[in-house]
Design a protein around this ligand. Sequence first.
Ligand SMILES: *Cc1c(COP(=O)(O)O)cnc(C)c1O
Length: 353
Amino acid sequence: MGYPAIVVNREKLMNNTKVLAEKCGRLGIDVVPVTKVYCGIPEIAEASVSAGVRMLADSRIENILKLEKLNVEKMLLRIPMLSQADKVVEHVDISLNSEYETIRTISEKALQKGKIHKIVLMIDLGDLREGVWYEDAVEFAGRIIELPGVKLVGIGTNLTCYGAVIPSRENLGLLTALADEIEKKYNLKLNIISGGNSSSLHLVEKGQVPKGINQLRLGEAIVLGNETAYGERIDGTYGDVFTYMAEIIELKEKPSLPIGEIGVDAFGEKPVFTDRGIRKRAILASGRQDLKVDGIQPRDKGAIVIGASSDHLIVDVTDCVKEYKVGDIMEFDLGYGALLAAFTSEYVEKIIK
Ligand SMILES: *Cc1c(COP(=O)(O)O)cnc(C)c1O
């Protein structure tokens, strides 16, 4: 085994998926696990599938391609690139959309291939990331329905991503009201009303999800066991599905203040230092190329991450009970951003258990 490495416990991931699928299932809500944080690695996604879900979702077609062998529907989360319309029709079962020109092109490509592509119309309820503005949604839905190569199977929204707007009875109530209006006006049934991501789970816990919402797309809640509106842990889930491991390459006692005039560091930032006397510092062979350093937490409670450059991670181990030596491996919990970076870095070995 080489380092740095990220170790995945599939048993725990399956448990998290199951716990969330049950909590949501009681309210008639389907859970769609989101695989993008681990780059759609199929051996990992399989653990979520084995918890009994019917669909997986990812932002990138490249990841969806990796999931091809898993026998569930695949949803494309990011609004498709016009240049990928052809691939969307070929490899994706359902895509989230908000641009007429793109949907029209998807419709054309689908007809050429003798397919009907399923569309979920994304509606912006005020978070200001993707979606047609809620006041325009009903009319927009009417234009999608006229396209022969696509089928409007649902509507959805995404909150707490850009504008940090928290899902509520009011804003998700607006989504279900729009669904009713579209169904009545065009005399059709929308099978999917997709009420957001891990930030909608607080409403599940409180039993406040508006009736009609029947799907949530969950990434962070499944991989880290967090609801993301208020940052609470979810009961019954594991927070340690992933373990990051890095190796100590230098271990020395040094002052906590650098010597000399302080300019800017390798990333153009001016560092600030506190004088805590002589400290024992471990340098680990890992850095910003593999991690988001402010999103990592050593498992050893005595250790403190004090900084990183591209390839070096500096950890203060003065207060650790364990006597570390060069060559020892330290373990870390990762936040969402660090997890994303670790999976994306080709220098990090992925170990799936
Ligand atoms: C990433 C993403 C999700 C999952 O978000 P989490 O906060 O990780 O649950 C859901 N929907 C869309 C459109 C996304 O891009």
